[in-house]
Write a protein that binds this ligand. Structure first.
Ligand SMILES: [Zn+2]
Ligand SMILES: [Zn+2]
Length: 358
């Protein structure tokens, strides 16, 4: 088995070759056929988040110890099945849910494994998909994704599920009101595709990169605004021509959360998803007097994964530029993503011939 591991935070991932493991109990072994690279992989690689004021949150303090095999957006083909694993057959190609919890606590029993305080996430706490094989602890984490192409299916585990779970928090208001979306990276573009499938009213996208604004328009945005424009708030207000009820922030910097909360009308709702980092000051009287809701959203549940797949199964393929690359390009690809050179998603194909990189 070949895998690329983070052995030192910020240093290039190292290639490891070892005996391919065999599944025990309910485990299932898969060959990785598609592994998306996500911005969170950059944070796990660097080992910290900016929490503002010159401070960082270190992942080692959260129980994440090196070496780790990154990669949490995976599709694989089943190659070996533990004696107690039911409902899956050799050769099945499946989407792998990554946000695994301890399985024992009240949160996990409620179906919210992604919020468990003892996380076992694939691609962090458990070895991920920057490898030619991956072990999954139970078939319940494997999803049949129908006719969706594997390179479009893989990002559904993180950017897709994250976008869907965040958008669901706005309820039916999405059908009657435009939503303001900060950021047209992988998650933002996925959100636009999902809004289309949800038959939502539509989105106005705030993005500082002109190429990403073009991608957002192609993905179905009503309009875009340059986030660096000095009159960005006025431009947004002019486009909405009314009150702003719903803002979703896929950037999550101090500046975007501040602007997002400033834009809300009374009773409005801001959902923060992005992990760019920073901090924000909000006058406390605004929270009650403007009856605002500020809510975080982190990945999504197994049930939401099922809902998302059934939502997209019959919808047109989401507009998402995909760059197929071999496993051995992982260091270059991480670098490209970190530098903002990737529009859409890089998907590694550890066991498939790679035909394109466009
Ligand atoms: Zn991710
Ligand atoms: Zn748990």
């Amino acid at each position: 088995m070949r895998s690329y591991k983070v052995c030192k935070h910020g240093a290039p991932l190292q290639l490891h070759e070892e005996q391919t493991p065999q599944p025990f109990g309910t485990e299932v072994l898969l060959e990785v056929t598609a592994a998306g690279i996500c911005h969170s992989d950059i944070h796990f690689w660097e080992g910290e988040y900016d929490i503002g004021g010159g401070n960082v949150m270190r992942l080692v303090d959260r129980g994440l110890h090196l070496p780790i095999t990154l990669g949490h957006e995976n599709v694989g083909r089943v190659v070996a099945i533990g004696p107690d694993a039911k409902g899956v057959a050799i050769g099945d190609e499946r989407l792998i849910y990554s946000w695994i919890g301890c399985g024992d606590c009240a949160v996990c029993e409620d179906g919210d494994q992604q919020l468990c305080l003892k996380p076992q996430f694939i691609g962090g706490f458990r070895p991920g998909g920057f490898a030619d094989h991956i072990m999954v602890p139970h078939p319940r984490y494997l999803f049949d994704y129908g006719d969706i192409a594997r390179e479009h299916a893989a990002p559904l585990i993180c950017s897709g599920l994250t976008a869907y779970s965040a958008l669901k928090k706005f309820g039916d208001r999405l059908k009657s009101e435009p939503i303001i979306v900060f950021g047209a990276g992988g998650v933002g573009l996925m959100a636009l595709a999902i809004l289309g499938a949800m038959q939502a009213y539509g989105a106005i996208v705030i993005e500082i990169d002109a190429k990403k604004r073009d991608a957002a328009m192609q993905a179905g945005a009503i309009a875009t605004v340059d986030g660096n424009a000095p009159d960005v708030a006025a431009q947004i207000q002019a486009l909405v021509k009314g009150r702003i009820w719903a803002v979703v922030d896929f950037v999550g910097s101090g500046a975007t959360v501040k602007l997002g909360s400033d834009l809300l009308t009374k009773g409005g709702h801001l959902v923060v998803v992005g992990l760019f980092g920073g901090d924000v000051t909000i006058p406390t009287p605004y929270i009650p007097t403007r009856a605002m809701t500020i809510q975080g959203s982190y990945t999504g549940s197994l049930t939401e994964m099922e809902e998302l797949i059934s939502l997209l199964r019959d919808a047109p393929t989401p507009y998402m530029p995909i760059h197929l690359r071999p496993l051995d390009s992982v260091n270059q690809s991480m670098h490209d993503l970190k530098c903002g050179h990737v529009i859409g998603r890089v998907v590694l194909m550890p066991n498939e011939p790679v035909y394109t990189d466009t």
